[in-house]
Unconditional design. Structure first.
Length: 295
């Protein structure tokens, strides 16, 4: 099944200082439904994503060029926010039925599922395996205004509380060496807007990377741990994709679209980024190939 759009566009992009950069966008899905939350497998050959193309949210796979789309989850639940195990054979996702939510994993080949039972009966969001596959970083939601990031073992037992405040802390993503997390939080903004932070899991040393009076969110590491891609809300428009160094310097805007872009994830081997783009009235999975100016 071919899902790749034949339209490839050149996006004229801007840094915060006004410098022009370019990236090449290819839409990997093209339909009337919403396709979101895409990420590459560890070898870059497959992509997992969520879609409501069958009436409710389910998890799908496709090749890195958008072909051979395959439905992964076949249960009668709502399945969202998939992420890969580093071995490329397992997918972690959120699943819910009748209001009850849980974390599940599914084997790509056999499609066999099992529940991960966290240490407490709360809502867990944005779960991600560590690079060695032994731990899970996830946001524990207590209310709309309060959530904290914790680390679980692969069975759901609590190993560490990463954040400990009364604000929103979401979307933990592991560095490739497994030593740090990036995430976004409202802890320094009186719960008004999201900013991006980087924290060392062992020492708890933390750096605030953004300071912008709009929302900065959904950060993700580059394959070599030298850069972070993220999303910024723009004035009077939808969000756009930016890249920065891991110290927060050298911020560059790499998309410039009227309809907005979000949920970026870097290719594990190449200078490409998967995004969720709002195109022609719905969300599609798009791939950005970065030029040398974006490196």
């Amino acid at each position: 099944m071919k899902a790749v759009s034949t339209c490839v566009s050149i996006l004229i992009c801007f840094t915060l200082m006004g410098q022009n950069d370019k990236s090449i966008e290819t839409c990997l899905t093209e339909n009337e439904f919403d396709d979101r939350y895409a990420s590459y497998s560890s070898n870059g050959q497959r992509i997992v994503f969520e879609s409501n193309r069958d009436g409710d949210w389910q998890i799908f796979l496709m090749d890195s060029n958008g072909e051979n789309v395959e439905k992964l989850t076949i249960n009668h639940r709502i399945n969202r926010r998939p992420t890969w195990h580093p071995n490329g054979k397992i997918v972690l996702f959120e699943s819910s039925k009748d209001g009850a939510k849980e974390l599940r994993i599914i084997k790509v080949k056999s499609k066999k599922e099992r529940i991960i039972k966290p240490f407490i009966n709360k809502e867990f969001l944005f779960a991600a395996f560590s690079p060695n596959g032994k731990k899970i970083a996830v946001s524990l939601k207590e209310s709309d205004d309060k959530s904290n990031i914790v680390i679980l073992d692969k069975k759901g037992k609590l190993e560490k509380k990463v954040t400990k405040n009364n604000n929103r802390n979401y979307y933990p993503k592991w560095s490739k060496d497994g030593k740090e997390l990036v995430y976004f939080s409202r802890k320094d903004t009186e719960n008004k807007d999201d900013e991006i932070y980087r924290i060392n899991i062992k020492t708890d040393k933390e750096i605030r990377l953004t300071n912008w009076p709009k929302n900065n969110f959904c950060p993700s590491w580059s394959a070599d741990d030298t850069k972070i891609v993220y999303v910024t809300s723009m004035d009077e428009s939808r969000p756009e994709i930016y890249i920065m160094n891991i110290d927060g310097n050298n911020k560059k805007r790499i998309t410039h679209n009227e309809d907005g872009d979000t949920l970026p994830n870097w290719h594990p081997l190449e200078n490409k980024i998967l995004i969720t783009g709002y195109r022609n009235g719905n969300y599609e999975i798009c791939e950005l190939k970065l030029t040398e100016n974006n490196n």
